[in-house]
Write a protein that binds this ligand. Structure first.
Ligand SMILES: Nc1ncnc2c1ncn2[C@@H]1O[C@H](COP(=O)(O)OP(=O)(O)OP(=O)(O)O)[C@@H](O)[C@H]1O
Ligand SMILES: [Mg+2]
Length: 370
């Protein structure tokens, strides 16, 4: 089996480090502090949550409920995802559980379906209007409150709730969360801008409700050791220096490190030199060119030009500076700042360490290599 996993989580053996981060989450849970877990895309939030679930499962004291709300566009969708996750997190006898859930949610015609393609089971509530969405959410919180157990509820891609059709979701959720005393929440997401504002703006419902935890890169030395260990186990030859070369090449950004290692592991050459690493990276860029080109469709011509300029520079500290604008012939500073704002909202670029960078590292490499 290829030890470099590209889907969210496999086992502690295939998960690198994150010891401090896991400790920090466990301490927040044990001390009843909610956490807002924020990082760049593909840095490892979901993986960390799955790893946390493993650790909690060993303790057997808490019930871990995880759901991802990226696909939700209304409170109704949110409630359904929540109810489904709650149902699945329970390892009681299926029939008994279904009966008890049917009773609690009897007003919302609960049903159970099996996806014929994936075989995945799904618990579903029939909610038809806003007031039903709100009362079913109340039913969920009442259910949790009544159970004599501590719950850890992780809501992934939490920024999504700001785009729901109802505009009171934040306040509604906050009031439920404030009143429940046997659940700790982890709100996870990648939009530093949206989530940062949600949790640190005085006028927002979630202000000061959670400890903010920014998930950074994995420690370089731990990652180097991890890479060395797995390649050696698979009878590959790689030097410590080459592992650092690989890490630097993709800026120790978790997903890209995993992708590169996964591909190196699946090729025939057993000796992994810096040349082999660079070759595999350029192969990946070549294979993804249609995907990169598809960015063009979601950007205006001007935004595309701005994105190319950012890729050329690698990072941009002052987008409206004369130097940057003149060097790339971008015209007026107001249109440049509008483009940056919109690219940030679309999560194409992000602002970190006082600089703008493209979120998708491979896209950035591809653009700058043209
Ligand atoms: N500590 C780790 N060790 C090894 N691989 C990891 C680790 N953390 C995450 N990964 C891998 O890196 C990739 C990206 O991680 P993950 O999906 O958790 O990121 P994310 O921050 O949730 O991304 P997104 O913002 O896109 O949801 C996945 O393929 C995952 O398997
Ligand atoms: Mg994720």
């Amino acid at each position: 089996m290829n030890p470099f996993i590209l889907t969210s989580y496999h086992s502690p053996e295939h998960f690198c480090d994150r010891e401090n981060e896991t400790e920090r989450l466990l301490s927040a849970i044990n001390n009843n502090r909610n956490v807002a877990l924020i990082s760049k895309r593909r840095m490892g939030k979901t993986g960390l949550l799955m790893h946390l679930e493993r650790q909690l499962a060993m303790q057997k004291e808490q019930q871990f409920v995880y759901f991802d709300v990226l696909s939700a566009s209304s409170l109704q969708d949110f409630v359904n995802l929540f109810a489904n996750a709650l149902f699945k997190s329970n390892n009681r006898n299926f029939e008994k559980l279904f009966k008890s859930f049917s009773k609690i949610f009897s007003a919302f015609k609960p049903s159970f379906s099996i996806n014929p393609i994936t075989g995945e089971t799904k618990f579903n509530l029939d909610i038809s209007n806003i007031s039903e969405s709100e009362s079913s959410l109340t039913a969920i919180f009442n259910y949790i409150q009544k159970i004599n157990k501590k719950f850890v509820i992780a809501i992934d891609e939490f920024q999504q709730i700001t785009s729901f059709s109802e505009n009171n979701t934040e306040a509604l959720l906050r009031s439920h969360i404030q009143h429940i005393n046997n659940a700790v929440f982890i709100f996870s997401g990648s939009s530093r801008k949206i989530l940062g504002e949600m949790f640190s703006d005085k006028n927002r419902a979630f202000y000061m409700s959670s400890e903010i935890m920014y998930l950074d890169k994995i420690d370089r030395n731990s990652y180097s050791e991890f890479i060395l260990k797995h390649f050696t186990k698979g009878n590959f030859k790689i030097s410590e220096n080459s592992t650092y070369f690989l890490l630097d090449l993709v800026k120790t950004h978790t997903y890209y490190v995993q992708l590169l290692c996964n591909r190196l592991y699946s090729q025939k050459k057993k000796e992994i030199t810096e040349i082999v690493i660079a070759e595999v990276l350029s192969k990946i860029l070549e294979e993804n060119k249609f995907y990169f080109e598809s960015y063009r469709k979601i950007l205006t011509n001007f935004q595309w030009k701005v994105v190319q300029s950012i890729a050329f520079e690698g990072e941009v500290a002052e987008p409206t500076s004369k130097d940057f604008i003149e060097k790339h012939h971008l015209g007026s500073s107001s249109s440049v700042s509008t483009a940056f704002k919109s690219l940030e909202e679309k999560e194409i670029i992000s602002f970190e360490n006082s600089k703008y960078v493209l979120q998708d590292l491979l896209f950035s490499f591809w653009l700058s290599s043209k």
